[in-house]
Design a protein around this ligand. Structure first.
Ligand code: PRP
Ligand code: MN
Ligand code: MG
Length: 184
């Protein structure tokens, strides 16, 4: 059913699994001997979060943040608003932020800066997908990247179009008629 709306599979479930295992092995090395708070950014990162932490053989805690961006129109003022903050005090702790995708980089710029302001011991970023062509925050360079994707509208494995398609097990490109017929 959902598959009918997909033009092309960009990243297969197998490729997601491989990337997750590779990143998990690297993270296990890099955080050896440290305790880390892994922060999933709701809602898109939920699926990748669940998978990446099971590939990390380190003592970790999990927490979640939900933020909303104000969109293209408001660029210079407060771009991001916290809908759900961390429950974990940040001072002196190591944080790994987990995202499904980095696009403009605005969401992560805000969250990374916030954790640094709260005196986190370290803040690293791990994203499954990176869309570097769309980056507006040029100095936002993720520490861990699964797969680079071209500038296309992608859904699945956490990524939505109007809150749907997050449950696809792969990442695909939506047929243009799907978003043309519903955006007025
Ligand atoms: C998407 C995605 C990232 C963010 C990336 O989330 O999951 O969090 O946008 O965009 P940026 O790099 O331009 O800031 P969205 O705001 O759509 O919320 P969602 O995760 O609930 O879908
Ligand atoms: Mn998101
Ligand atoms: Mg979204």
């Amino acid at each position: 059913m959902l598959e009918r709306d997909i033009k092309e599979v960009l990243v297969t479930a197998e490729e997601i699994k491989e990337a997750t295992k590779r990143l998990g092995a690297q993270l296990t090395k890099d955080y050896a001997g440290k305790e880390v708070v892994v922060v999933g950014i709701l809602r898109g990162a939920a699926l990748f979060m669940a998978d990446i932490i099971r590939e990390m053989d380190v003592y970790l805690e999990i927490d979640f943040m939900d933020v909303s961006s104000y969109g293209e129109a408001i660029v210079s003022s407060g771009e991001v608003k916290i809908l759900k903050d961390l429950d974990t005090p940040a001072e002196g702790r190591h944080f790994l932020i987990v995202e499904d995708i980095i696009d403009t980089g605005r969401t992560l710029r805000y969250i990374v800066d916030l954790l640094k302001y709260r005196k986190a011991a370290s803040v690293k970023v791990c994203t499954l997908l990176d869309k570097p062509e769309r980056r507006l925050v040029k100095d936002l360079i993720p520490d861990y990247v699964g797969i680079q994707v071209p500038n296309e509208f992608v859904v699945g494995y956490g990524l939505d179009y109007k809150q749907k398609y997050r449950n696809l097990p792969y990442v695909g490109v939506l047929k243009p008629e799907i978003y043309q017929e519903t955006t007025e």
